[in-house]
Design a protein around this ligand. Structure first.
Ligand code: FES
Ligand code: FES
Length: 163
């Protein structure tokens, strides 16, 4: 039995310890934002935050998470009330097929929670592990730049975990 804290909720799951975190999020918790792209750490479609840091959840064994909080794109907002990055991605029409977007947003979220006004170079370097096969990178960068200009995003803070 594995205990996992995701988006402020605690879960006890009967899964094999080596199961990739991505499979547990999608199959067991029905959080389908993060996507399976390459399964090899080469595209970033599966990016989620573990303790505020972006990880490739396709390669991250669920047993390696431990007590650290996991956050997925579902934690940032809703269709009715999108978070700042979600809204900027919509406003800049950064989404084509959408497959890469949850990973892009979570990687950008990690940067904007830790750096108040990242430079263009910092944004590009930070985002470089995530690929968009539709080629909307310029719109994605524009959306991130807009949010970055507004200052640091609040982090999740100490996570209140409810069972
Ligand atoms: S699916 Fe994880 S990096 Fe591509
Ligand atoms: S919008 Fe299609 S992969 Fe990025």
């Amino acid at each position: 039995m594995i205990e996992l804290h995701v988006n402020g909720e605690a879960h006890r799951l009967d899964v094999a310890p080596e199961t990739p975190l991505l499979y547990v999020l999608r199959d067991d918790l029905k959080l389908n934002g993060a996507k399976f792209g390459c399964g090899m750490g080469q595209c970033g479609a599966c990016t989620v935050l573990v303790d505020g840091r972006p990880v490739f959840s396709c390669l991250f064994p669920v047993s390696s998470v431990g007590a650290r909080p996991v956050r997925t794109v579902e934690s940032l907002g809703t269709v009715e009330r999108p978070g700042p990055l979600q809204k900027a991605f919509i406003d800049h029409q950064a989404v084509q097929c959408g497959y890469c977007i949850a990973g892009m947003i979570m990687r950008a979220q990690a940067l904007l929670e830790t750096v108040a006004h990242p430079s263009e170079q910092q944004i590009r370097e930070h985002m470089s592990p995530n690929l968009c096969r539709c080629g909307t990178h310029m719109r994605i960068l524009a959306a991130i730049r807009e949010v970055a200009a507004q200052g640091r995003l609040p982090g999740a803070g100490p996570q209140k975990v409810s069972a």
